[in-house]
Design a protein around this ligand. Structure first.
Ligand code: BTN
Length: 235
């Protein structure tokens, strides 16, 4: 396991993705990213003070491929668990893996699969102060509490907690984990827009289900939506 630290890099995910000799637990940390990447090709604003890091998780051949559908949720849950230890606030989990505080986004996660490795990239708003135009949609821990946090400590806590929670997951504790996720389900009861490749629907979000899908009440029907196949916007 190696740790790579950068004052500035394009993207910590890209760095690990392109490295030929990565091993489980390798960790890349940046103070600033010039090309921070979000999901669906979005840009991730990566200014100093945020915790910006990626680590390598090897595909465990004993775990069936479909179980990895839950990975995205597990990482989000684990991040919420770590944040609670750092500052015990009322975070919400927005399916599939964003974390919210006071109705604003506090973290984003990008998981990419490269051969037998998953690159788990996390952007966590900790000491950064959001620009005026982002203040309505994003929040940092410092903006909430006025405190400054030790970023290295935050990152180590998050990565260690993830590996511990992943062990629990491997031991078959998914049901317990899912129950905890549903206790802080940000979308629950909210009217949402679901945009699939061929249509747009509106419905009321329900629970996150055992297979990681989201239950949505659309008219008289109960539908299930898959991670990645839809885009959600609050109405
Ligand atoms: C999202 O919410 O769209 C996911 C954002 C993920 C951002 C992190 S920052 C560290 C790592 N490097 C990247 O380029 N992206 C992830």
């Amino acid at each position: 396991m190696k740790i790579y630290k950068f004052d500035e890099i394009d993207s910590t995910n890209k760095f690990l993705r392109e490295k030929s000799d990565i091993t489980e637990g390798d960790l890349a940390i940046a103070k600033v990213q010039t090309l921070g990447r979000g999901r669906r090709g979005n840009k991730w604003v990566s200014t100093e003070g945020a915790a910006l890091f990626s680590f390598v998780l090897k595909h465990d051949i004993e775990i069936p491929e479909e179980e990895y559908m839950k990975l995205s949720l597990l990482i989000g849950y684990s991040l919420l668990y770590s944040l609670k230890k750092i500052e015990n606030l009322d975070y919400k989990f927005k399916w599939t893996n964003d974390l919210y505080l006071d109705e604003k986004k506090i973290s984003g996660i990008l998981v990419e699969k490269i051969k037998d490795n998953y690159i788990v990239g996390i952007g966590l708003n900790i000491n950064n102060l959001n620009l005026e135009e982002a203040k309505n949609i994003a929040i940092s821990l410092r903006e909430k509490t006025g405190k400054i946090y030790d970023l290295d400590k935050v990152i180590v806590t998050v990565v260690e907690d993830f590996y511990n929670n992943f062990q629990e997951f491997k031991k078959g504790k998914w049901k317990e984990i899912l129950e905890k996720i549903n206790e802080v389900n940000y979308l629950y009861g909210k009217r949402i827009n679901i945009v699939t490749f061929d249509k747009e629907e509106s419905g009321i979000a329900g629970d996150i289900l055992e297979d990681g899908m989201l239950e949505v009440f659309v008219g008289n029907e109960i539908k299930k939506y898959n991670i990645g196949s839809i885009h959600i916007s609050k109405k």
